[in-house]
Design a protein around this ligand. Structure first.
Ligand code: NAG
Ligand code: NAG
Length: 372
């Protein structure tokens, strides 16, 4: 008598379970993974500049040649950039550029990328690129984003999603390369010595990070500058003979990076929590620049795409020399690492020792944050 009903119940249970499993497989991963927000310059811009009237853009071939679509996306890479690979590691979809018209509805839950190629800590950095989203504006847009997210899921939920998010900020390289050292004698280099300028941009950077904290960021990866004097553009520009790195740019990075680590420590002490995590991009890059073959590269001096000495002059475009195998080049274009180099960098962000990540790496952050 109960038989039919019992079978019915257990069948219903099986169906419910199956639907549950199917839903968890097909539901957008957005809700499972934490949100991810990206701020900064071309090293992390995923295409915002495509929507702006600027010359700082990567929207023509062969950019994107190794991207899944094999088309340019605005990323300054042959394929994925650092934020894409971090998204992959945290089990999330890539963040869309904030200016993308596709960034609406449920997609807002994934986070957003506010980065814009050419910008720096200072407002006068990258003025030659005209219309780019300077850092103060990126923070305003983050505020606007939070209002839009609040309208979707409610202000309290939106606040929580932002507090629990991972944030990446990459700034500072352009304040040297595209400002202080842009011309042999620049306004900034007449105004400041290298150590003075470093101290000045660090103090301005601290204001930016304080604001980011006020806006709700609670886990922020802050990358220092790479070895600025070793990029193919600088090797070409300074007339490097045997690939030796430009000394003044290397000196600038050697002064700026430790000061940045110190400043982040101070901020954390003030806040009373490890909000800001320093990523030693200088060392991460130096590993494969000093020892390319150990990492499977044939060169760390010559860009895959470009022209002139070291393929370091001008921009990468359809008329440039293009290497056949992007995987064996550390630099994709005169300034930016290849996707493979980006993967090596993210590997260290994820599981590097305290010499690379201080006070802790991203694996440790994820383990800590999943417990709360
Ligand atoms: C840059 O511009 C923003 C807004 O236009 C301003 O709030 C900020 O103080 C400026 N930064 C510097 C270093 O002058
Ligand atoms: C970094 O991450 C790895 C896990 O991938 C962990 O074993 C290691 O102890 C971490 N290193 C530090 C210094 O936190």
């Amino acid at each position: 008598m109960c038989k039919v009903a019992c079978i019915g119940t257990s069948r219903a249970l099986v169906v419910t379970l199956l639907v549950g499993i199917l839903m968890s497989v097909t539901a957008p991963r957005a809700e499972a993974a934490r949100a991810f927000f990206v701020f900064g310059d071309s090293l992390v811009d995923s295409g915002n500049n495509n929507y702006l009237a600027t010359t700082a853009r990567a929207d023509s071939p062969p950019y994107g040649i190794d991207y899944p679509t094999h088309r340019p996306t605005g990323r300054f890479s042959n394929g994925f950039n650092i934020p894409d690979i971090i998204s992959e590691k945290i089990g999330s979809e890539p963040t869309l550029p904030y200016l993308s018209p596709e960034l609406t509805g449920q997609r807002l839950l994934v986070g957003a990328n506010f980065a814009s190629a050419g910008i720096g800590i200072l407002n006068d950095t990258g003025i030659q690129f005209v219309n780019i989203i300077r850092i103060a504006r990126q923070l305003q847009l983050f505020q606007q984003y939070q209002q839009r997210l609040g309208a979707l899921i409610g202000p309290a939920q939106a606040r929580q999603r932002v507090n629990q998010a991972l944030v990446l900020i990459t700034l500072g390289g352009n304040d040297w390369v595209n400002n202080y050292f842009l011309t042999p004698i620049s306004a900034r280099s007449r105004q400041f010595t290298i150590p003075e300028y470093s101290r000045y941009i660090i103090s301005e950077y601290q204001k930016v990070l304080r604001r980011l904290y006020e806006l709700g960021a609670r886990r922020v990866l802050v990358t220092g500058t790479g070895p600025l004097g070793c990029v193919p553009a600088e090797l070409a520009m300074t007339g490097s003979r045997n690939g030796e790195c430009a000394p003044r740019l290397q000196q600038a990075a050697a002064i700026f990076n430790p000061e940045l680590v110190q400043m982040l420590k101070e901020l954390n002490r003030e806040i009373g929590s490890d909000v800001f995590i320093a990523a030693n991009a200088f060392r991460m890059n130096m590993d494969f620049i000093n020892n390319p073959t150990k990492f499977g590269f044939v060169t760390s001096k010559v860009a895959c795409c470009g022209q002139g000495p070291y393929n370091g002059l001008g921009l990468c475009n359809v008329a440039s020399n293009l290497c056949p195998d992007r995987k064996v080049y550390a630099f994709w274009d005169p300034f930016h690492p290849s996707e493979r180099a980006n993967r090596l960098i993210v590997e260290q962000i994820l599981s590097g020792s305290t010499q690379y990540m201080s006070p802790m790496n991203l694996s440790t952050i994820m383990a800590l944050d999943s417990r709360t």
